[in-house]
Design a protein around this ligand. Structure first.
Ligand SMILES: [Zn+2]
Length: 337
């Protein structure tokens, strides 16, 4: 799904050539034309970015046609992408270092950047293209090392934000942790996976010791076709996540119930406390409790181990104990929640 963006009144950013004088004749450079402009979404906000081209003003210059541009502007993003490079890196980091799913990354990122799950997938493809740019040299370098290790251990992962949309497939070598292949595929039948992802790796002529995946049917068949005799194991992280799902769902339900219960009472309590006299010594203390309660409502969950509902219960228990102590000490006779 594309997200409609309002591009009116975006702050404009102009990038100019870092060179101020012609390197051939030392005349001052003059602005010539806008080389490109685009709407760029960054973690710091959205901007309308202009890259200004410059030329030498000297009609006798030996290189009068040379165009000088801002190198900084060229590093803001990658061609054909309307997100800043730091958004691309953030998405890649969340996915491949923190093992978050596209839905989870979307949940974390959507408050900072206007983005859809489909666009996150595109950014992952850009990220992997950047990573892969240095890959052929790396593979050549690592060849001897892999031979010493007895061959490759591959992990294969398919990411699809919604059913019926293209999926991003990534093959990594897990002993040295490098991405070998990354392709967005329109169809994900086993023959396509074998042809686009696995056969090119097989063609390197290195032995393959084993394969790890989430055991998706088409991956299983593709591996059986290309490396029929190699062990193919279920990914433990995927298994753990699946095994933890019932607990996670129960925790989510608990969190929803707690939030619902707290919200109404919290608003009423805040209004009552704000109505207290400014000079009331209990007022700032009680407002602090209200802030803490509001903070408790924002607790996040991340499967399989970060259970927001349980954390809310822990924080509420601490809060209750603290309120109890405050009542004994200071004689507070009303309770914020
Ligand atoms: Zn010149």
């Amino acid at each position: 799904m594309r997200i409609a963006k309002d591009n009116r009144n975006l702050p404009k950013q102009y990038y100019r050539s870092e060179l101020k004088r012609c390197p051939h004749c030392h005349w001052k450079l003059k602005r010539w034309a806008t080389l490109w402009r685009k709407y760029l979404s960054t973690l710091a906000g959205r901007f309308h970015v202009f890259s200004q081209g410059y030329r030498c003003a000297n009609s006798d210059c030996p290189e009068p046609e040379a165009i000088y541009r801002s190198t900084e502007a060229e590093t803001l993003s990658v061609p054909g992408c309307s997100y800043g490079i730091e958004v691309i890196v953030e998405v890649g980091y969340q996915r491949f270092w923190l093992q978050r799913t596209i839905q989870e990354i979307h949940g974390l990122l959507k408050e900072r950047v206007l983005i859809s799950e489909r666009q996150i997938l595109n950014l992952l493809a850009h990220f992997l293209a950047l990573v892969r740019a240095g890959q052929p040299a790396k593979v050549a370098q690592l060849r001897a090392h892999w031979q010493k290790l007895g061959g490759l251990v591959l992990s294969i992962d398919g990411m699809q934000p919604e059913k019926g949309t293209p999926a991003l497939y990534v093959v990594r070598e897990v002993q040295v942790d490098v991405t070998l292949m990354a392709e967005i595929l329109e169809t994900a039948d086993h023959q396509t996976l074998a042809t686009h992802l696995l056969e090119p790796i097989k063609a390197w002529g290195l032995p393959v010791k084993g394969i790890i995946s989430d055991a998706q049917e088409s991956i299983r068949l593709a591996v059986a076709q290309v490396w029929p005799d190699q062990p193919h194991q279920n990914c433990q992280f995927h298994c753990l996540k699946e095994a933890g799902r019932p607990a996670f769902e129960a925790d989510r339900a608990l969190k929803t119930r707690l939030k619902k219960k707290l919200r109404g009472g919290l608003n009423r309590a805040r209004q009552a406390i704000q109505a207290l006299s400014e000079t009331d010594p209990y007022r700032p203390v009680l407002l602090k409790y209200v802030r803490y309660l509001r903070f408790t409502l924002l607790v996040r969950s991340l499967p399989p181990f970060e259970l927001g509902g349980l954390r809310m219960v822990q924080q509420l228990t601490l809060l209750e104990a603290s309120l109890g102590r405050a009542q004994e000490k200071g004689g507070i006779d009303c309770c914020a929640a």
